[in-house]
Design a binder for this molecule. Structure first.
Ligand SMILES: [Zn+2]
Length: 192
């Protein structure tokens, strides 16, 4: 074999080896250690919102016969929001209802949604790790009522169907003391 051919052969072998290590390294870097992690900071208790404007359960009633499509996790404005699994940022933008929101696509047909964010800390198509901070809790979109608690609106969509995230995230609590009287609340059930 001529020197030139040997050089080509060695180069191809080197590139192939480098590619294999790159792919393995990449997979390890984005490896999920748990099925899902909390969408809020690791040690934050997950609490379902319950305020003047209704409660934050999955399928809770909303105005115009709509049902709540996710859960509302009460948290202070600025609380870090994390991707529950590794994946790709498929949507990050602002809409009238959801405010600043992010959709992350995961493997095996799962999509997670994070809405009413104060800030978005990722770019479109960015790959994110499990637990990586992607934004912060806010009151944007239709969460922007004075007496509505700041919260993360969180959704899980599996194979195109919305799931109750409570079934996926253990240890979620309901707020112990309802903040308002039901009669007043009923008139205001709307929005997220
Ligand atoms: Zn909501």
């Amino acid at each position: 074999m001529s020197g030139f051919l040997r050089f080509i052969k060695n180069s191809i072998v080197s590139i192939a080896i480098a590619a294999v290590f790159f792919i393995i390294g990449n997979e390890l870097y984005f490896f999920d250690t748990r099925p899902l992690v909390s969408p809020l900071a690791e040690k934050t208790q997950l609490i379902i919102r319950n305020d003047l404007y209704g409660d934050g359960y999955f399928s809770a009633r909303r105005s115009g016969r709509r049902l709540h499509t996710g859960i509302d996790l009460a948290a202070a404005i600025g609380t870090p929001v994390r991707s529950v699994k590794s994946g790709w940022v498929a949507v990050c933008r602002n809409s009238r209802g959801s405010g600043n929101f992010i959709e992350v696509y995961h493997k095996k047909g799962m999509v997670t949604v994070y809405a009413h964010l104060d800030t978005i800390k990722v770019r479109l198509f960015q790959r994110v790790r499990q637990g990586e901070v992607i934004g912060t809790v806010g009151k944007t979109g239709n969460a922007n009522y004075k007496n509505m608690q700041a919260h993360l609106h969180f959704e899980i969509i599996q194979d195109g169907r919305r799931q109750d995230p409570m079934a996926w995230l253990p240890g979620i609590k309901t707020q112990e003391k309802p903040l308002v009287i039901n009669a007043e609340r009923k008139q205001r059930i709307k929005a997220h």
